[in-house]
Design a protein around this ligand. Structure first.
Ligand SMILES: C[S@@+](CC[C@H](N)C(=O)[O-])C[C@H]1O[C@@H](n2cnc3c(N)ncnc32)[C@H](O)[C@@H]1O
Length: 338
């Protein structure tokens, strides 16, 4: 049995050399010392970082990690435990708990969302109100439909889709902090629950499942798509926003709507699907987001929420700098056989 703190430390060690280090401007090769792991944890988990100091020695004692000249590293069993945890508990859960906590009491963040997305729905993804309207006309949600919103965050996008369709929605997210706040939305057609899309198993079946910029976080995209389809009534629809990034010329075929990482999953499952190309909207989004953040830094600073500004800026800056011909974005929909 691992403690909560030990599990969190395993997640931090497992992510220490991933691209999340680059977001912070850190080398992936830096030594994994106690101090640098704590610094990394604080940058991504904020106040959701637990008191993990005792976990360094208890994990060593349990034979899961060891301290070398280059800092802490996994032993074989520790690496296996990390791999399991990254699917069942996930690093993202703490990252998003932190985001939803930080953005809760930030008027600057609310204004930032209004400016970037057209309305403050405490968005974290890319979908602005124009894209949400495109989804609504692409999918045409029936008033009597039961809808699942996968990765609903704080539920305000779910609420928006509900108000514009009249349907009943269940929103699920891995972040308990997001779901706690979503539960306070005064809309009787909404309900919310903590659930993990890596192991989706809900008692309900749905007419429609939406995923607004959520699928990038799936540990196994094909499994999550299959699980979503199994939660649909026959004839039900799975609709999602999906951006595709590439890093080399040779990968360009991946940018095509019928060949993105997600499209390849649909193709492998033999599922006919439709897509709407919204790549230009996606490209504009990142630049608009970065510009808004640069202009609004003093607002965040004045209210003492620079940690939130930093968090949003490191992502926006990375993608605003991305080559525009190395990026595409789609709304996709696929129907479960009747
Ligand atoms: C980019 S945000 C999108 C949130 C919202 N749909 C939006 O567009 O603003 C990704 C969301 O997926 C959630 N998420 C990440 N991993 C998840 C998982 N394994 N299961 C369920 N939700 C997950 C995060 O907590 C976060 O709320």
């Amino acid at each position: 049995m691992l403690t909560h703190e030990e599990r969190q430390l395993l997640l931090l060690l497992g992510w220490f050399r991933r691209h999340y280090a680059l977001y912070l401007g850190l080398s992936r090769e830096r030594p994994a010392t106690r101090e640098s792991l704590l610094q990394f944890g604080l940058a991504w988990f904020g106040e959701h970082l637990l008191g993990i100091e005792p976990a360094f020695s208890s994990l060593e004692h349990k034979g899961l990690i060891r301290l070398t000249k280059a800092g802490y590293e996994f032993r074989e069993e520790g690496l296996a435990r990390f791999a399991e945890l990254d699917v069942s508990e996930t690093f993202y859960r703490y990252e998003y708990d932190n985001f939803f906590t930080l953005s809760e009491n930030s008027p600057a963040h609310a204004r930032f969302c209004e400016r970037v997305y057209g309305e403050n729905l405490n968005q974290h993804g890319l979908a602005d109100t124009e894209e949400l309207q495109q989804l609504l006309s692409f999918v045409k949600i029936q008033e009597e439909a039961d809808v699942l919103d996968l990765g609903c965050g704080k539920g305000l996008i779910t609420d928006y889709l509900q108000r514009h369709s009249g349907a009943r929605f269940l929103g699920v997210d891995i972040s308990p902090e997001a779901i706690r706040r979503a539960g306070q939305i005064p809309n009787p057609q909404l309900s919310f629950r903590v659930a993990n899309m890596n192991a989706l198993s809900l008692p309900e079946r749905f007419d429609l499942i939406t995923a607004v910029d959520t699928l990038y976080y799936a540990a196994d995209l094909r499994k999550t798509v299959e699980d979503c389809l199994s939660h649909l009534h026959p004839g039900g629809v799975f609709a999602c926003f999906f951006s595709q990034w590439i890093s080399e010329e040779g990968e360009k075929p991946l940018l095509e709507g019928n060949n993105t990482g997600l499209a390849q999953v649909f193709n492998a499952l033999g599922l006919p699907f439709e897509f709407l190309d919204i790549s230009d909207s996606g490209r504009r989004h990142w630049r608009r987001k970065r510009d808004a953040l640069l202009a609004m830094r003093p607002d965040f600073e004045a209210e003492g929420s620079l940690a939130l500004w930093d968090y949003r800026f490191r992502e926006a800056n990375r993608y605003a700098e991305w080559r525009s011909d190395f990026y595409s974005r789609y709304i996709c929909k696929v129907r479960r056989a009747a």
